[in-house]
Design a protein around this ligand. Sequence first.
Ligand code: URA
Length: 205
Amino acid sequence: MKISWNDFVEECNSCHACPLAETRKNVVIYRGSVVAPVMFVGEGPGANEDEEGRPFVGQAGRLLQLLLDAQGFSEKDYHIANVVKCRPPENRVPTDAEAAACKKLLGKQILIAKPKIIVLLGKTAYTLFTGDKNAKMTQIRGSFIEKNGYLILPTFHPAYILRNNNERIKLWQDIEVARRKAEELGLMEPLPAQPDMPTSRPGSR
Ligand code: URA
């Protein structure tokens, strides 16, 4: 069955499948392009995202955006989403039950966005996609896993990089791995020159 984007958004906005619906201000669905070659999946909305109704618009989002821009991603190239679409109180990690309740919607979102590459930002997204709760990000990051026709690339969550700026190079390299694969598949234009990693810290708001 084919579902339209508008119907999907309507379904998300009226969702009460888990208790996070009771405390949300907004359902946070996506930013970027509805259909895009590369999808990024984070954990869940924080306060800024809940307020604006768009994912990754706070400090972690600004770091992600800084790296995406420098790697030559434009809005048409990515679709950014989360494991859960409603803010967990106090920014806690979503429970397994909350992630499971939201999984059907993320599945539909992937079918609509049609990414070839899915970058998993952090452990929560990795666990949702693989069922593996014990993996160490340091060991699994940066290598593709093929699943159901998608190329899945785990990497660090940008919020972790904000707290551990010496690891920024790893997130940068992994975003480059995703970009190079997209180029190889003819889904993104090659960059004219190798970019340098931005070193500035995204401001807080
Ligand atoms: N962290 C996430 O995982 N998602 C967001 O949208 C913002 C911060």
